[in-house]
Design a protein around this ligand. Structure first.
Ligand code: VG1
Ligand code: CO
Length: 561
């Protein structure tokens, strides 16, 4: 772990040697409850005096690291990333850490942070990101703790952090100058070494160990054209290294690959709405053969073919069905897991492969135990998240490389691979409708109204659908027995079609209501239908059951994916 711009063993001093530990008195904030993926707030909230410090001290107090432990710190480069990292380094030094590994420039994608935590067997890591939420001075910021397995802290840890944040009275930091983060190398602050590392190399090597880079290189050299959109977010340098340097793709294969603190004023969420620049290219004249995008922190992915969109739920199923075509998964899969609102397309593949399929609550933290116990290899969420046990986070570029490896072996287009999949397994027609920034009371009212109708719904005939069961999803972790309740309302019809209602745990303004719609269609002749057309009746039923318009005034979703 030495930098490349210095002699091994040389440790640069950060200004004067300063080891004074300061204890700062503080008072609690009462809103530091981590959501689906860490604590997310508007930037000005994080800029309040003591706000970040309180939360970081609550993390350190709840994990009580042994003296000299190593921590990983990095973020997606959004506004306030650098300032936050300097604060965290000074606090880590005062809280007894012996070393912190930081990505150069403060950059580490979420999957790269998970990779580094695992590769160097560190005690844990702090990732600074609000993921797919917009950034900038008025945008969002976020912070999350990952444990030694490289994955998001499970609920029992995030709950302990929240409890401590409600009673905190002081935090510790050392009095030292800022650490230069722009050159790799080792620096000393207090008694702690800060190792500024190349943020890309370890991750890119891991990707090369899983996929057939030779086959992908040959595919690209043969004229197969790709376009990857990093959306001005963290994956830019990763995409450049992997696609251009390692796979020999031409320069115009990547776009928006310089990370910007405000993501170029964009919304770094890879879906048909926010990644419209890429979508227009893939649906335009002379379109490339393959398109992909990732989000703010690099853990999400969207996969496009020429004029064709692959839903994330289908993507998980297709990767599962074709995993053996790649070197990293040639031995087959232990099992697959999906979040509850994700379509059951992967379940059908798992059944045919004779491997288990698990259904978990929303959020990657619920996959960690299953992967640690060797019960599953692939995991996915409908929210453009796919990943595997190579790390403990979802992984945007991994999914893109997985697809390219499959295309290189099958020598078929993305559309053909998907249509052949549907022809074999049937199509789980799927869509999610998001209603953002609804007044919290109105959103809670919708959820309560739905729960109140549980008693009368089963057996009711609604158009061509009959309600079979409905519930508020709860999950018992098969590894440690922990129980998570209130994870989303499911209305399941007798033919297996579903409507799911859930409130987002990552939004920062009012409430976001997500309505997930799924209908199974085995008839190949219907497979060309647009999802909104095929789901029209279910969409109507969802509106009727939830009394959405009357309760929220919303006629149309903010985003459809
Ligand atoms: C959303 C997604 C969820 C995902 C989470 C974090 O959560 O629905 O599937 O795990 O974001 O993704 P919610 O609670 O808003 O529905 V990331 O890439 O934003 O860290
Ligand atoms: Co993300």
């Amino acid at each position: 772990m030495t930098g490349n711009n210095k002699q091994p063993g040389e440790v640069k001093m950060s200004g004067e040697i300063a080891t004074t530990i300061q204890t700062i008195a503080t008072t609690p904030f009462n809103d530091q409850k981590p959501g689906t993926s860490g604590l997310r707030k508007r930037v000005p909230a994080f800029q309040q005096a003591h706000y970040l410090e309180n939360f970081v001290q609550a993390i350190f107090d709840s994990i009580s690291p042994p003296p000299g432990a190593t921590l990983v710190v990095g973020g997606d480069g959004r506004y306030y990333n650098r300032e936050a990292i300097q604060i965290i380094l000074k606090m880590a030094a005062a809280n007894g850490f012996g070393r912190v590994l930081v990505g150069q420039g403060g950059i580490l994608s979420t999957p790269a942070a998970s990779c580094v935590i695992r590769k160097y067997a560190t005690y844990g890591g702090i990732i600074l990101s609000a993921s797919h939420n917009p950034g900038g001075p008025d945008g969002d910021f976020g912070i999350k703790y990952n444990t030694a397995n490289g994955g998001p802290a499970p609920e029992k840890i995030t709950e302990a952090i929240f409890e401590l944040s409600k009673t905190i009275s002081q935090y510790r930091l050392i009095d030292a100058p800022d650490v230069a983060l722009d050159a790799t190398g080792d620096y000393l602050i207090g008694n702690m070494i800060v190792s500024v590392i190349d943020p890309v190399a370890d991750y890119a090597e891991l990707m090369e160990s899983l996929f057939d880079f030779g086959a992908i290189r040959a595919l690209l050299a043969g004229g197969f054209r790709i376009k990857f959109d990093a959306m001005h977010a963290v994956n830019g340098p990763y995409a450049r290294d992997i696609f251009i340097n390692r796979l020999g793709a031409p320069e115009d294969s990547i776009m928006n690959c310089v990370p910007l603190p405000d993501f170029g004023n964009g919304h770094p969420d890879p879906n048909l709405t926010y990644a419209h620049e890429l979508v227009e290219i893939l649906y335009g004249e002379n379109a490339p053969d393959f398109g992909a995008a990732s989000d703010g922190d690099g853990d999400r992915n969207m996969i496009l073919g020429k004029g064709f969109f692959v839903t994330p739920s289908d993507s998980l199923a297709i990767l599962t069905a074709n995993a053996k075509l790649t070197p990293g998964y040639s031995a087959g899969l232990a099992g697959v897991a999906r979040s509850m609102p994700t379509s059951a397309a992967a379940d059908r593949v798992a059944k045919e492969l004779g491997i288990p399929c698990y259904e978990t609550p929303t959020g990657w933290k619920f996959f960690g135990n299953l992967m640690d116990a060797g019960k599953v290899t692939l995991c996915g969420e409908e929210s453009f998240g796919t990943g595997s046990s190579h790390i403990r986070e979802k992984d945007g570029l991994w999914a893109v490389l997985f697809w390219l490896n499959i295309v290189a072996v099958r020598k078929q287009s993305v559309e053909t691979i998907t249509r052949e999949h549907w022809a074999h397994y049937g199509r789980n027609v799927y869509s999610r409708h998001d209603f953002e920034a609804i007044p919290t009371e109105a959103a809670n009212g919708v959820m309560k109204h739905l729960k109140d109708s549980f008693a009368t719904l089963p057996g009711q005939k609604l158009g061509s659908y009959t309600v079979d069961v409905c519930d508020d999803f709860s999950y018992t972790d098969p590894v440690d027995g922990s129980i998570s309740t209130g994870q989303g309302i499911r209305i399941i019809f007798t033919d297996g079609s579903r409507i799911v209602f859930r409130l987002s745990g990552t939004g920062t303004e009012g409430a976001t209501l997500r309505i997930y719609l799924e209908a199974y269609d085995p008839v190949i002749a219907n497979h060309h239908l647009d999802a909104q057309v095929a789901l029209a009746e279910l969409i109507g039923i969802a509106g009727q059951l939830s009394e959405l318009v009357a309760r929220t005034g919303r006629e149309q979703p903010t985003v459809i994916t």
